[in-house]
Design a protein around this ligand. Structure first.
Ligand code: ADP
Ligand code: MG
Length: 263
């Protein structure tokens, strides 16, 4: 077990070295407990600038918790976690300053129902980044165009399909100029016919070089868009491999079983 524990970290190291980019996310022997429940176990994980890392694994394996540690929605119990140069294991950090650089898209879009699309998007850039309304609106429209729904700027969320609402949520994240985008099952709440349009937006973000960590069950997307796949089970990273390695020859039995159930 000790030996296979070494492999993922080493593969990840070589991969990021190949890309010659600096690390934006670095977990070192991170543990997290909820009370006495050990939810994240000895997590070692690095994500380099521009990398797209997809996290997969059974329900309850700790994927959301790991993702939420990256923007400090959850704090870690021990170990080291450095994100965008900020040592999150230090308690004295400016959390609001830190969070500006991390965008997050959730399964449920978390839009304000009583605000128009445009107003949902400009809120944070005005409040947090101090943009004027004109600047924020200009920027918001740029990203609404990019996700293909500029014509919905003056609609209310309830007037949009789930796929359109999720694209608004992505545009909202991008308007903050994040260095990292986190996605927690962004298509799980969508009707099947809307999944593709959201994945297309994510795919194009990946091609533009955005650093992304994505929890998803969309294996087709993972296979083509991910640089690396991280497979978790029971709070541990069981496998950390390139997408082609993971899908063609997963090293671990648990990963094979997981894949055979999905594919
Ligand atoms: P996943 O996203 O892989 O389904 P989660 O990270 O959501 O897994 O949850 C991992 C485990 O931690 C689950 O057993 C879940 O019930 C538990 N858990 C998640 N959040 C909390 C919390 N705030 N308090 C206590 N237990 C939690
Ligand atoms: Mg989850």
């Amino acid at each position: 077990a000790g030996k296979s524990g070494q492999q993922p970290a080493q593969a990840a190291f070589q991969h990021s070295a190949n890309r010659r980019r600096f690390l934006l996310i670095e977990f070192k022997r991170v543990n997290k407990f909820f009370g006495s429940f050990h939810v994240l176990k000895e997590i070692d994980l690095t994500v380099s600038q521009g990398e797209v890392v997809v996290i997969v694994g059974p329900s309850g394996s700790g994927k959301s918790t790991l993702l939420r540690c990256i923007n400090r929605l959850e704090s870690i119990t021990d170990g080291e976690l450095v994100v965008n140069g900020v040592r999150l294991h230090d308690k004295r950090i400016d959390i609001n300053r830190f969070r500006r650089d991390i965008g997050m898209v959730f399964q449920h879009f978390n839009l304000y129902p009583h605000k128009k699309v445009i107003d949902n998007i400009i809120l944070a850039p005005m409040k947090v980044l101090g943009m004027t309304k004109a600047e924020a609106t200009d920027k918001a429209m740029t990203y609404l165009k990019r996700v293909g729904i500029a014509d919905k700027a003056d609609s209310y969320p309830s007037q949009l399909s789930g796929g359109q609402q999720q694209r608004v949520a992505i545009a909202r994240g991008l308007t903050m100029n994040p260095k990292i985008m986190l996605f927690d099952e962004p298509t799980s709440a969508l009707d099947p016919e809307m999944i593709g349009e959201v994945l297309d937006v994510m795919r194009s973000l990946a091609h533009q070089g955005m650093t992304m960590v994505i929890v998803t069950h969309e294996m087709g997307f993972a296979r083509e868009a991910a640089d690396r796949i991280v497979f978790m089970d029971e709070g541990k990273i069981i496998e950390d491999a390139t997408a082609s390695e993971f899908f063609s020859q997963p090293r671990e039995e648990r990963a094979r079983t997981f894949l055979s159930r999905l594919l």
